[in-house]
Every structure is written in C-alpha cells, then in structure tokens.
Design a protein around this ligand. Structure first.
Ligand SMILES: *Cc1c(COP(=O)(O)O)cnc(C)c1O
Length: 225
C-alpha cells in the first residue's frame, strides 16, 4: 500500500467510526504523525490532500518545515518539550498538544511571533501511565487550566492523552472515557474546550467512541519507524 492509499483507508475508518459511535460526520480530524519519516513521505501525503502533520522532535520539525515551506502544511508539535526549545516551536507550530507546565505555556505565549495567530494548545494529561513523567496529573488540571487560559499568545483548545498500551477495546475505551470526563468537568467550570487529541494507530476507534476530535496516526500511514 502507498502512503496515499493508507491515508484513504484511515479516512474511511474514521468516517465509519464516526457513524458507528454517533459522532457528527467530519468531527474527527486526522493528524498524520510523520516523525522519523522524510520530507518525501510528507509530500506523498500532501498529494492526496493531507495538510495536518505532527512531529515529536523540534529540530526535525523545523528542518522539515523549512524544506516544505509554502506547501500549506499546518504543523502540530506533539512531543516532550524542553523549555529551551519553546522559541522554535512557537515559530513553527500552529498547535502544541504536549503542554504540561505553566512555564512551557508562558514561554510559548511570550515567544509567539507578533504577527502570528494565537497558538492552539492542548494540555497533556497523565491518564494511565504512572511511569511516564510527561503529562499533568488529573488533580492538578483545573488550576493549571485556569492559569494557562489567561495567556494572551495561546488559545487553550483541550486535552491530549497517550494512555498506556492496552489491546482490549473496552479497556482502551474506559481510559479515553476518563479523559472525556476531565474535559466535561473543566467545561462545567466555565472553560470552553473543544478538542480531545487522543487515539493512535492501535486505539483510534476507541478514542473516537469517546469523543476524540483529533486522532494522531503514524504507523498506519507511513509504516513502521
Ligand atoms: C508517535 C506518536 C503517535 C503516532 O503513533 P502510531 O502508533 O505510530 O500511530 C501519536 N502520538 C504521539 C504523541 C506520538 O509520539
């Protein structure tokens, strides 16, 4: 299968899952995760109309963004963030899914180019992977959301999660349901979060069942890394 065919197949799976789980048609967006794949692979995806691309490493994203300048790509940064790399992220990414501290959020807000629109932000929640150091603890989410929502250079859009790998569909779904409940609780407190960034190659359907609006798919599009 070519990259173009893979994108077509994933698109069909997304539309089928929207229908099966009563989601509005077109409410789930595909983020093509191109980390460790070359710019030519991205060009193949662009050729079939894919415009949202996700990268995990700052240097790799900025190099590809330079090589593919003018191609209409919307870059999403989804990897761990070191605070000394925030300026490069703020200059390139329209979305950052992996914010988990006020310090990083504040720097992104300050370093956004003055003529660029607010950077779309998701807070990464540490939902089931206790071993992971990334992600906000659910108990700390409300206070951090209130702080970050005030930053002028950012537009706080929602939550992102990378659950611990789990093969059973219902168990995948139960974890995503927790993320959805956190978003609903924040919105009940007066925030207006419209984004759930969750679901990867192996758990995409379960995430869509629980309200994902962005699924982040790498392997099923570009092959193994
Ligand atoms: C690599 C990665 C993905 C894509 O994972 P696949 O299993 O290859 O689809 C999604 N989200 C994040 C944060 C990643 O690091």
């Amino acid at each position: 299968m070519t990259i173009g065919e893979n994108i077509q197949t994933i698109g069909e799976r997304i539309r089928a899952a929207e229908q099966r789980f009563g989601r509005e048609p077109g409410s789930v967006h595909l983020l093509a995760v191109s980390k460790k794949h070359p710019a030519d692979a991205i060009r193949e995806a662009l050729a079939v109309g894919q415009t949202l691309f996700g990268e995990n490493y700052v240097q790799e994203m900025t190099e590809k963004a330079a090589e593919l300048a003018g191609s209409g790509i919307e870059w999403h940064f989804i990897g761990p963030i070191q605070s000394n790399k925030t300026r490069l992220i703020a200059q390139t990414a329209r979305w950052v899914h992996s914010v988990d501290s006020f310090k990083v959020a504040h720097r992104l807000s300050e370093q956004k180019p003055a003529d660029a629109p607010a950077i779309n932000i998701c807070l990464q929640v540490n939902i089931s992977d206790e071993d992971s150091k990334s992600g906000v603890q659910p108990a700390e989410l409300s206070a951090l959301t209130a702080q970050i929502a005030e930053l002028p250079g950012l537009k706080l859009r929602g939550l992102m999660a990378i659950p611990a790998p789990e093969h059973d569909f219902e168990r995948q779904r139960a974890v995503f349901a927790q993320v959805r409940a956190l978003q609903e609780s924040l919105n009940a407190q007066g925030f207006a979060l419209d984004t759930l960034s969750m679901g990867m190659t192996d758990d995409m359907e379960a995430a869509i069942a629980e309200g994902a609006t962005i699924v982040r798919i790498g392997t099923a599009i570009f092959g193994v890394r």
